[in-house]
Design a protein around this ligand. Structure first.
Ligand SMILES: [Zn+2]
Length: 427
């Protein structure tokens, strides 16, 4: 398929408008990073975006995610928290003339916890720019991208044009744990001819990404005094044993990478992360309980149900199971399949052209062993999902940062994509 093209004079005006608005864009990004929008505490960040979109004349929609609706959908993930205070924000641009193709500009506003703040060089919520990098939790993942969407849209109008197709600016929650935010937006009826998600992807386009399942394994041990330790069952030892069984399965899945298109040669595409562990009550008591929270990746094309069956079988076939150790396995979040972006779409060709104009180099694609909301749009909405965004470092770690020049170039590419994909008319 061919790219939709843009008049060079129009492109030059849009590039100039991105540059003219960039200081303001960085300030707004810093204001957004200052909102500590960890899970279920996204409201102040959503307030900021709701206001900013409303000021731009978009018609605004804000709603609470409906657990029943999520539960009834194949792509929904189990919900372990209350959604009472958990809302999505969407601003809709309705064109005066509708001749182009519609577009969703999606980003997630939720961020992962900081860990011990003393390990950060400065507060994770104080987004300073130092030597060309903006710091802060969520700076890269993905508030810079979320704000890039908004300012790319601004640049079209600041350059004196109006897009000629509907555009939906989405700020969703729950991307870091379930994907239920984007799913809720899809189920609310938001659809389009393409979606862009500016996750921190090193200035590249994601060709494929893995599915992810979150689950908890809880072992019930038998407490006792260490003097008669043999009569007890040490729940911590048993959880450790179950974890090593999972490590074996992880290795087996990694060994199959050659069977999965695009995954050949990717370093460790399948990762099982033991993210949290709790157990026991006292150093001198054989622990009666222990639980571990696990994140397991799996290849696209495999259903979440099938991956889950294999994970459970792995535990059932363990030594611990054979010895009669009691444990409970429970899904706690992500139950999400991976996806592959089909090659040859006109959306991708249009982004490739926009990227070349913004960067002066060819758009590259790659495979990422992480979860992305792109699967919601592509698997359940039939919408080509372009996950494409700036250079970052230390996401989900200490001193997260995003490269400012890359943010400017990605914003330019998104603005040029909007203009080409949606079409523009002078105002
Ligand atoms: Zn992200």
């Amino acid at each position: 398929m061919t790219a939709r093209t843009l008049d060079p004079a129009v492109a030059a005006r849009i590039v100039a408008a991105v540059n003219a608005g960039f200081d303001q864009q960085l300030q707004f990004t810093a204001d957004l990073v200052a909102q500590p929008s960890v899970r279920a505490k996204e409201q102040s960040a959503q307030d900021l975006l709701y206001t900013a979109m409303g000021e731009r004349g978009l018609s605004m929609d804000r709603w609470q995610i409906d657990p029943a609706q999520i539960d009834s959908h194949k792509g929904g993930s189990p919900i372990a928290i209350s959604y009472d205070d958990v809302t999505n924000v969407v601003g809709t641009y309705e064109p005066a003339t509708h001749t182009g193709q519609s577009l969703i500009l999606n980003g997630h506003v939720d961020v992962v916890p900081t860990g011990p703040e003393d390990n950060w060089a400065r507060s994770p919520w104080d987004a300073q720019i130092i030597d060309g990098w903006m710091y802060g939790r969520g700076s890269g993942d993905m508030k810079a991208g979320l704000v890039a969407n908004l300012f790319a849209f601004d640049a079209i109008r600041a350059a004196g044009f109006a897009p000629t197709a509907p555009i939906y600016l989405q700020s969703v929650v729950e991307e870091e744990c379930t994907g239920n935010g984007s799913l809720s937006a899809l189920l609310r009826g938001y659809t389009a001819d393409a979606v862009i998600i500016p996750e921190p992807e090193e200035n590249m386009l994601v060709r494929a990404n893995v599915g992810v399942i979150w689950f908890q394994v809880r072992v019930e041990g038998r407490p006792g005094h260490p003097r008669e330790m043999d009569t007890g069952v040490n729940a911590i030892d048993e959880v450790t044993a179950l974890m090593s069984n999972l490590r074996v399965l992880e290795g087996e899945w990694n060994a199959k990478q050659g069977e999965h298109p695009y995954f050949e040669g990717v370093h460790n595409p399948i990762n099982f992360n033991f993210g949290q562990i709790h157990g026991g009550d006292w150093p001198s008591s054989v622990p009666s309980w222990c639980e571990v929270q696990v994140r397991a990746g799996f290849y696209p094309g495999i259903s979440a149900e099938d991956a889950w069956t294999e994970l459970q079988q792995c535990l059932q076939q363990s030594e611990a199971s054979r010895r009669g150790v009691t444990y409970l396995v429970q899904r706690t979040g992500f139950f999400a399949e991976g996806y592959v972006l089909a090659e040859g779409s006109s959306a991708e060709a249009t982004l490739a052209t926009a990227h070349e104009q913004a960067f002066g180099s060819e758009l590259k694609s790659f495979v990422t062993p992480g979860y992305l909301d792109g699967r919601v749009f592509s698997l359940y909405g039939g919408i080509p999902a372009l996950v494409y965004g700036p250079i970052s470092e230390n996401i989900h770690a200490f001193d997260e940062r995003v490269y400012v020049e890359s943010v400017r170039q990605v914003t330019t590419a998104i603005a040029l994509f909007i203009a080409a994909w949606c079409g523009v008319e002078p105002v």
